[in-house]
Design a protein around this ligand. Structure first.
Ligand SMILES: *[C@@H]1O[C@H](CO)[C@@H](O)[C@H](O)[C@H]1NC(C)=O
Ligand SMILES: *[C@@H]1O[C@H](CO)[C@@H](O)[C@H](O)[C@H]1NC(C)=O
Ligand SMILES: *[C@@H]1O[C@H](CO)[C@@H](O)[C@H](O)[C@H]1NC(C)=O
Ligand SMILES: *[C@@H]1O[C@H](CO)[C@@H](O)[C@H](O)[C@H]1NC(C)=O
Ligand SMILES: *[C@@H]1O[C@H](CO)[C@@H](O)[C@H](O)[C@H]1NC(C)=O
Ligand SMILES: *[C@@H]1O[C@H](CO)[C@@H](O)[C@H](O)[C@H]1NC(C)=O
Ligand SMILES: *[C@@H]1O[C@H](CO)[C@@H](O)[C@H](O)[C@H]1NC(C)=O
Ligand SMILES: *[C@@H]1O[C@H](CO)[C@@H](O)[C@H](O)[C@H]1NC(C)=O
Ligand SMILES: *[C@@H]1O[C@H](CO)[C@@H](O)[C@H](O)[C@H]1NC(C)=O
Ligand SMILES: *[C@@H]1O[C@H](CO)[C@@H](O)[C@H](O)[C@H]1NC(C)=O
Length: 367
C-alpha cells in the first residue's frame, strides 16, 4: 500500500430536476490535474484527461523529484490566487456518483509545508479548492464515476453524500492491486487488500484480475474481490472486526458486506451466517456455493457509530457445518444536508498532509 496518496470517496446522490450544467455528461471522468497531455493508464485502461476544460484558474506544475508511482500524481494544479477555485464537472441530475480527489504534495512549492485546504462539492456540483491562510492549495487528481443500476448503493438517501471510511478486499495480500482494470470493476473503486492473521485467507490460486463483476449482485462487486475471502477456522468461531471511524462523534454509518463461497465442500451446498453489529443480530444470510451464481450482498444502514467504533461480528448459524466467511466490506459515513468533514491523514516526510472537507449543500433541492 502506498501512503502518499489520499483518495477520498463520496457517493453523491443528486436530484436536480432543473439544473443542467453541461450539454453532455460522462459516465467516467478521470482528470489528471495540471497535466499538459492526456494519457492512458496502463493498469486500469482508463484515460486520464487534462483539466483544461474544467477549470480556468491555477498553475500547472510537475513534480520533478517524486516517489509517486501512480503517475497522475506527478502533475498537479496549484491555486496561488483566489479564495475559491472551482472545477466544473459534467454531473448529471438525479444520478449517483463516486467522486475521488487525490492530493500528492511533493514539496512543489519548496516550502516543505503541505497545505491544508477545504474541498467542497457545492450546489452547482463543482469541486472547489478553498485557500487557507498561509498555504497554496492544490489538487492532483479528480475522478468521477457514475453508478448506474437501480439497486446500486440502494439504501442511500436523496441529497446525501457518503464518505468512504473503508473498502477492504479481505484475504488478498498486499501484492494484490488496489486499482483494478475497467474489465474487472465497473465502478473504478479502490479495494484495499487485507489479510487477518487470526483467520484463514481463501485465495483463488490463479490470476483473477480481469474476471468481470457479479452483475446480479447489489453494487456489482468485482469477481477479483469475491474470489478472495477470510474464513474462520471452524464453525463455532466468529469473524470479529472492530471498525474505527475517523471521527469519534456518533454518526450514521452505511455498511456493505460481500459474500461468495468458491471453495467446494462435498455434500455441502451452502452456509448461513448472521451479521451482528455491536452485539445485535441484524441479518441472516445464506451463502450458496459459487457455482449457483449467487453472490449475496448485505447492506445495513443506518448504523450508529457511537463514540467512533462499531464492532462487526459474523457467525455461522447454529448447526452450520461450515465456518463464517467474508469477502469484502465497505464502510461509509453519511453526510447529509450541510455537513462538513475534516480528517487528518498519514503523511510520509512532508509528502502529504491533508485536511479534507466535503460540503454538499442543502440548497441542492431548492434549485
Ligand atoms: C503505457 O504503455 C505504453 C506502451 O507500452 C507506453 O508507451 C506508455 O508510456 C505507458 N504509459 C504510462 C503512463 O506508463
Ligand atoms: C524516495 O524513495 C527513495 C528510495 O526508496 C528514498 O531514499 C527517498 O527518501 C524517498 N523520498 C521521499 C521524498 O520520500
Ligand atoms: C428521492 O428522489 C427520487 C427522485 O427524485 C424520488 O422518486 C424519491 O421519492 C425520493 N426519495 C425520498 C426518500 O425522498
Ligand atoms: C500473495 O498472494 C499471492 C496470490 O494469492 C501469492 O501468490 C503470494 O505468494 C502471496 N505473497 C505473500 C507475500 O504472501
Ligand atoms: C475453533 O477455533 C478456535 C480458535 O481457533 C479454537 O479455540 C476452538 O477450540 C475451535 N473449536 C473447535 C470445535 O474446533
Ligand atoms: C447514537 O447513539 C447515541 C447514544 O446512544 C445517541 O445520542 C445519538 O443520537 C445516536 N446517533 C444517531 C445518528 O442515531
Ligand atoms: C456425499 O454424497 C455422495 C453422493 O452424492 C454420497 O455417496 C456420500 O456418501 C456422501 N458423503 C457424505 C459424507 O455424506
Ligand atoms: C467492541 O469490542 C471491544 C473489544 O471486544 C469492546 O471493548 C467494546 O466495548 C466493544 N464496543 C461496542 C460498542 O460494543
Ligand atoms: C461514549 O463516550 C462517553 C464519554 O467518553 C462515555 O461516557 C460513554 O459511556 C461512551 N459510550 C459508549 C457506548 O461507549
Ligand atoms: C523528512 O526528511 C528530512 C530530511 O530528509 C528530515 O530532516 C525530516 O525529519 C523528515 N521528516 C519527517 C516528518 O520524517
Amino acid at each position: 500500500m502506498e501512503i502518499w496518496s489520499i483518495n477520498v470517496m463520496v457517493l453523491v446522490f443528486v436530484a436536480l430536476p432543473s439544473f443542467q450544467a453541461y450539454a453532455y455528461t460522462k459516465n467516467t471522468l478521470n482528470i489528471d490535474c495540471g497535466a499538459t497531455t492526456q494519457s492512458e493508464d496502463n493498469t486500469t485502461y482508463l484515460r486520464w484527461e487534462t483539466d483544461d476544460e474544467y477549470t480556468k484558474t491555477g498553475n500547472n506544475e510537475f513534480l520533478v523529484f517524486t516517489n509517486a508511482s501512480f503517475y497522475p500524481m506527478k502533475t498537479l494544479r496549484s491555486f496561488p490566487i483566489g479564495d475559491k477555485n472551482c472545477y466544473n464537472l459534467p454531473f448529471e441530475p438525479q444520478a449517483k456518483y463516486i467522486l475521488r480527489a487525490g492530493f500528492y504534495y511533493g514539496n512543489h512549492d519548496n516550502l516543505l509545508k503541505p497545505p491544508t485546504f477545504v474541498l467542497e462539492v457545492d450546489r452547482k456540483l463543482s469541486v472547489t479548492v478553498t485557500t487557507s491562510l498561509d498555504h497554496v492549495p492544490f489538487i492532483s487528481t479528480i475522478e468521477s464515476q457514475q453508478l448506474y443500476g437501480k439497486d446500486t448503493y440502494k439504501l442511500m438517501q436523496n441529497h446525501t453524500a457518503l464518505y468512504l471510511e473503508k473498502r477492504i478486499n479481505y484475504g488478498a495480500n498486499e501484492t494484490f492491486p488496489e486499482r483494478l482494470s475497467i474489465d474487472a470493476d465497473e465502478f473504478n473503486r479502490i479495494w484495499k487488500p487485507e489479510e487477518i492473521p487470526s483467520y484463514r485467507s481463501l485465495t483463488p490460486g490463479f490470476d483473477v484480475t480481469i474476471t468481470g463483476w457479479a452483475t446480479h449482485s447489489e453494487n456489482y462487486p468485482p469477481f477479483a474481490v469475491l474470489w478472495y475471502a477470510i474464513e474462520a477456522y471452524n464453525s463455532s468461531e466468529s469473524i470479529f472486526l472492530p471498525v474505527t471511524f475517523q471521527e469519534k462523534k456518533s454518526q450514521a454509518a452505511y455498511f456493505v458486506f460481500y459474500f461468495a463461497s468458491f471453495v467446494y465442500y462435498p455434500n455441502i451446498t451452502s452456509r448461513t451466517v448472521s451479521i451482528y453489529i455491536d452485539g445485535e443480530e441484524k441479518v441472516l444470510t445464506e451463502i450458496p456455493d459459487a457455482y449457483k451464481g449467487i453472490f449475496p450482498v448485505v447492506s445495513i444502514y443506518p448504523v450508529n457509530t457511537t463514540n467512533g467504533t462499531v464492532n462487526v461480528t459474523i457467525s455461522a448459524v447454529e448447526g452450520s457445518p461450515l465456518p463464517p466467511l467474508l469477502c469484502a466490506m465497505e464502510v461509509f459515513t453519511t453526510m447529509s444536508e450541510v455537513v462538513s468533514k475534516a480528517s487528518d491523514h498519514d503523511y510520509i516526510n512532508f509528502s502529504l498532509v491533508l485536511v479534507f472537507f466535503l460540503v454538499l449543500s442543502l440548497s441542492l433541492s431548492g434549485l
